[in-house]
Write a protein that binds this ligand. Sequence first.
Ligand SMILES: Nc1ncnc2c1ncn2[C@@H]1O[C@H](COP(=O)(O)OP(=O)(O)OP(=O)(O)O)[C@@H](O)[C@H]1O
Ligand SMILES: CC(=O)N[C@H]1[C@@H]2OC[C@@H](O2)[C@@H](O)[C@@H]1O[C@H](C)C(=O)O
Length: 397
Amino acid sequence: MNTQIARLYQIAQKPQRLIIGLMSGTSLDGLDVALCQFTGSGIDAKTELLAFDTISYTDDIKQTIRTVFSQKQVDLEMLTLLNPWIGKLHASMILKCLQKWKYTSTEIDLIASHGQTIYHAPQSLHKHPDFPNATLQIGDGDHIAVQTGIITLSDFRQKHIAAGGEGAPLAVYGDYILFSQKGEDRIMLNIGGIANFTFLSGDLDATKMFSTDVGPGNTLIDAFSRLHYNHPFDENGAIAASGIVHQSLLTTLLNHPFFQAGFPKTTGPELFSQSYVHQAQQQSQTENISSQDLIATLTRFSAEGIAQAVKRNNLSEKAVVYMSGGGMHNPVLVKHLHQLLPDNVLKTTADLQILPDAKEAVLFAILANETVAGGLVNFGNRPGIPNVTMGKISFPN
Ligand SMILES: Nc1ncnc2c1ncn2[C@@H]1O[C@H](COP(=O)(O)OP(=O)(O)OP(=O)(O)O)[C@@H](O)[C@H]1O
Ligand SMILES: CC(=O)N[C@H]1[C@@H]2OC[C@@H](O2)[C@@H](O)[C@@H]1O[C@H](C)C(=O)O
């Protein structure tokens, strides 16, 4: 038998596994690296976050990725070069973390690598009737496996699409295992570049659980902070706090079929882009508003999109909302959410012992744990939530 297959077989049978989960999201701020210990698998798995770091991308790295990120037309050579380059970059970041945390590669069972999303093209966005849902994450897993010496699972979204999903969001698979709790309806709200939530039913019926994107989280706030202030984001909502919300622009921004579409659904910065905002400004004749007012309005827009989706979910009037992701550090955004969702208790995943900034990286570690050692959770026969395990396996040699 191939020794790597024997090693994988042995990892699958261990009572406990150490798995590094990686997430590099649409904000392009850095690589989230979460070292998780799993005891068991499936709904009974126990997860402990042993260590976590975000390794920030330098401006050069961000600029290089932005040459292809969410662009309809790219330099194909550059895209090809970036695939191994990001794999190697992520591998070197993992090795730095291991050194800092005082672990050796041989102690780690698996890496779960999300990769870098470059382009997200569900049918609802690309609108080509002859082509399937599609999404592209790069940073090839073979490079991570070879450079770290650790068996690596990567490219999780393709199986989801192959089995009938849109490739995102995948959060429900991990949120269900990690956070579902008898007696409490929960909404696990992640405010990243794009905001999404998972609904977890307090009766633990997996066939009621789902996750869905709900609209922009930070992506537009970040884009216009970069454009007008040369700053990657609106730190602590300071810019938004100094502006006012323009209702006519807000109404126009919210007037897109995405917001009316049923759950689950997915989107990306390919739709919620600078040109989306410029068009809305033209339509609402608000091209001349100040950049503070624009960012104030975009912050309210994110909050309205999230709140409308939470309220539209009839199952969840009494659901407790648990926030995660970078947007929960923006106090203006969070204040809007409190105002727009007065009937929901708002907490964070820290209340459930998972560091909010680490949550998405932990979710990918759970996906890898399930693929190697778990079974299938049955979410029922529902469109968009296929009952599959995910991730391609790369051996170090
Ligand atoms: N102190 C802060 N004040 C305001 N915004 C903040 C703060 N800290 C983080 N953010 C926001 O959070 C973003 C990073 O969030 P996060 O890392 O969750 O995104 P991501 O994982 O890239 O996104 P996605 O989930 O869409 O893939 C930053 O770009 C910024 O907009
Ligand atoms: C294509 C892609 O990378 N989508 C991300 C992004 O970031 C948030 C939102 O958009 C979500 O759909 C997804 O990530 C999370 C982890 C998910 O799949 O659940």
